[in-house]
Write a protein that binds this ligand. Sequence first.
Ligand code: PRP
Length: 534
Amino acid sequence: MKIKNIPAGSRDLIFDKCIEKNTLIESIIKNFKDRGYSEIITPYLEYADVFSQNKAFDTNTLYKMIDTSNSTISLRADSTTPIARVVATRLNKEKLPLKLYYNQSVFRASNIHKGKLAQITQCGTELIGQSSIAADTDIISLAIETLSKAIGDDFKIEIGFASLFNILVKECNISSEDESIVRSLIENKNFTGVRDVLEKYGEKATKLIKLPELFGDITVLDTALSIYTSFETISVINYLKELYANLKAKKLDKYVVFDLGLVQKIEYYTGIIFSGYISGKGESILSGGRYDSLIGKFGYDVPACGFAINIEPILDRKAVVNIKDKPLRIAVTKGRLEKKTLELLENSGIPIDSLKDKGRKLIFTSNDGKYELLLAKASDVITYVEHGVCDLGIVGKDTILENGSSFYEIKDLGFGRCKFALAGKKGDNFYEGYDKKIIATKYPNVTKDFFDKKGIDVEIIKIEGSVELAPILELSNAIVDIVETGNTLYENGLEVYEDVAEVSARLIANVASMKLMKKQISNLLFSIQDGKVN
Ligand code: PRP
């Protein structure tokens, strides 16, 4: 019986931690109340349909249960959707605008051992019944003023516009299949990936290719105006310019940056979208936007906008650091990619002499003190970057495909080229026969994805190394593995049946670092352009 432990992703708060949390929440709520917002509390339990309609949530992240009447119910996964339900069903006779605030937990399941919280306290507001630039200015200025009173001045609010992506997809005439691929590539700032997918559309896709690069200070809006010339796109950019002018008039412009490539995961946003970032925390601490059609889904068609502040990431942040003086910390994959990576850094004018005689040391500083380098196993590189304890990472696409991507994949470094392949005994016909095939692999997610796309049900066995042994020993019918020279397969009487994916080394970036340290990261990218290795 697990009576002494608590489930992954949950925490006990004891003594000072409670005081710290309550002090932060009180400061936030005071500001909401001062601006005329009234509290609303929605139940812990909702029908799961509330969240799963509207494709707003990945249903795998819902904590679902069956109640005694056999209905599927879910723990509250977000506050805006249940509040939209309450407004449409109980508050539809109230005078508008309605100003509501909440202070309640949301529950989201994630993969085990990822260090993600399953329960997050959110303090947020919803401004219902107004659709104007004044309302958008109001809600963003409330977000900024609240954060500045609660945590000081060390944060940035990044603003984008939800429909810009959709407008450009229409203008560029992209197929719906490519649209969803490009959406996630843009979300991950995978510049090379976007270019590769859109290459076949020629000149007309340039506008979409540029989108993930358009982030930074107010000047990106002028850059955008030189690229986007249609009435609809110009209207969006001018709207953001006006919003910025309004925030500037309130002396809040120093907190504001833009990202026109923000493609929010939660699909209910219709207009402005925004996120908040602080140093010392690798994830956003605030998110919000305009969601004019969500309440209508529950039967009452009113526009609305709002935001939520995530309390635990603020409490958990590492020591506040001055971003300007902080070295860029890069996690480098040990082994296969190590030599080429160090060669690349050397060629790019970033010599690290301490690496030449590294002994058992794990972290190294570049000669100029601008970079810190650490050597880690491939999947750990991803973990460090995801959590923001490293700003950048150099890792193979194989590890990215296997471990997901809640980070930006900003450059294909071109070296470490190999491929994922389905392979097995030479001369065997893999697809022959009626039995369910057994596949041995170090990469179960890549393998599952490959066969799911083909509609073939296989049994996957995870093997940690020298996977080639599995078909030789007849544990499996085939393997899905990395093939570089092909020597290992050849020398063991195996052959490639089918290619699965191309692999090479990628430069990845933590989402918050990308916003807060854009200048340093751009400088590094600039140096790397010239430092090619083969
Ligand atoms: C990788 C891969 C293959 C081999 C392929 O293994 O899993 O076994 O390299 O390279 P080749 O095509 O050039 O022969 P790695 O050496 O990383 O170690 P592992 O087998 O222990 O996983």
